[in-house]
Design a protein around this ligand. Structure first.
Ligand code: PLP
Length: 406
């Protein structure tokens, strides 16, 4: 009898963004003249930079010549890119990561989703709350989340680690055993980041409990403070317990081009001594045929001196917007978090309002679209996310309108 994987039937609808779209569409129907300012989306807005475009043009020409044409890419990524990453990202920060521990892919989302596949269904998973929804859904698909409890808005086999203003956005680890721990720093959605000593505590826990940390560093380029680690491998012992996932989306604007990578140190083993590196290599080689040559060359160009200068300019552009939002909202009396080491601002909604009620107020009274915190998990209630991925003009316009709301 043909049947689909029943775990997929447990998935919740993508309620958050469809509900936002529905409310925005209803508002636009009744207010066709309104000019909305959208600060809800986590996608970049600036075009690709000069050195990326010139690298792409050059590789397109290579593909047109018999001598330089490339077919299938190596499964795990071209050596030129893996060696560049090992040198420019890790050796420069004194992290001991070899080129053959880096697996090139089409982005962090695919890797984070696919990694859930290689661990046993029985593994006990912890996620911070609120959280980037991919970690939860990929574990639902892998049959590891249990059932959804409507009254608590939680999956009963997942361990939720609240990260809120009450604990300064640092998750407290439980006494119970965990096998997989998802950590995102700098964090989407809270915009906050863990300091080295805070991340080291999570690494120490993982070593003591033989757990694996899945560390999502997609927003690493936005770190501005010196005591925030750029890589989990800056922590002692992390090679024994951590997988790091990186993206070219937010630093170099590759959201449409697609490129990312995952680092799995060779000493990472499960409880029976199986190499996680070897299993991921087997999975990657079987189910993936490599990111395009053109895109991997463009990724290499990100690490050229010009490419790095351009990344700095992009980050400064968005972080200028983040600063405008942070300062503008604080000036209006709001409590805000994030926006210093990440392009997200996490706003505490006024007492007595839910995150959806405040979303509606912003939409109706300021024509500004944010993202209600509850959509990222139960501990997101009482917060709203605004993003810096806009123009300074739109950001300033949004702030002017929010200030006028009173
Ligand atoms: N990780 C986090 C925390 C994100 O917010 C996003 C995208 O918004 C991703 C990963 C996805 O990155 P990529 O574009 O490389 O798939």
């Amino acid at each position: 009898m043909l049947r689909v994987n029943e775990n997929y039937l447990k998935l919740r609808g993508s309620y958050l963004f469809s509900e936002i779209a529905k409310r925005v569409a209803a508002f636009k129907d009744s207010h066709p003249e309104a000019r909305l300012v959208r600060l809800g989306i986590g996608d970049v807005t600036r075009p690709l930079t000069k050195s990326i475009i010139s690298s792409l043009h050059h590789s397109v020409d290579e593909m047109a010549q018999e001598e330089t044409f490339r077919g299938y890419a190596p499964d795990l990524g071209y050596a030129f890119l893996r060696e560049t990453i090992a040198q420019e990202v890790y050796a420069k920060r004194r992290c001991e990561i070899a080129a053959d521990e880096i697996f090139v892919s089409d982005g962090a989302k695919s890797d984070l989703g696919n990694l859930a596949e290689i661990f046993a269904e029985s593994c006990r998973v912890a996620i911070t709350d609120p959280v980037y929804p991919v970690y939860v859904d990929s574990n639902v698909m892998a049959g590891r989340a249990g059932s959804f409890n409507e009254s608590t808005s939680q999956w009963d086999r997942l361990t939720y680690l609240p990260t809120t203003a009450e604990n300064s956005f640092v998750p407290a680890l439980p006494d119970t055993e965990l096998d997989l721990i998802y950590i995102c720093s700098p964090n989407n959605p809270t915009g906050t980041a863990l300091r080295l000593a805070e991340l080291q505590q999570i690494v120490d826990y993982a070593i003591a409990h033989h757990s694996v940390i899945l560390f999502d560093a997609a927003y690493e380029a936005y770190i501005s403070e010196s005591d925030i680690p750029h890589s989990i491998y800056e922590c002692q012992g992390a090679r024994q317990c951590a997988i790091e996932v990186r993206s070219f989306s937010k630093n170099a604007g590759f959201t449409g081009l697609r490129l990312g990578y995952t680092v799995i140190p060779k000493e990472l083993k499960d409880a029976e001594g199986h190499s996680i590196h070897a299993i991921w290599a087997r999975r990657h080689g079987t189910k993936y045929n490599g990111a395009p040559y053109l895109v991997q060359r463009a990724g290499q160009a990100v690490y050229s001196p010009e490419g790095q200068q351009e990344v700095q300019e992009l980050v400064s552009y968005y972080m200028h917007n983040a600063k405008l939002i942070r300062e503008g909202l604080s000036h209006c009396g709001y409590t805000v978090y994030g926006g210093v080491n990440a392009p997200y601002i996490w706003l505490k909604v006024p007492e007595g309002l839910s995150s959806w009620a405040f979303f509606d107020r912003l939409l109706h009274e300021a024509q500004v679209v944010g993202t209600p915190g509850l959509g990222f998990g139960p501990s997101g209630e009482g917060y709203l996310r605004l993003t810096a991925f806009s123009t300074p003009e739109n950001t300033e316009e949004a702030l002017k309108r929010i200030a006028a709301m009173g």
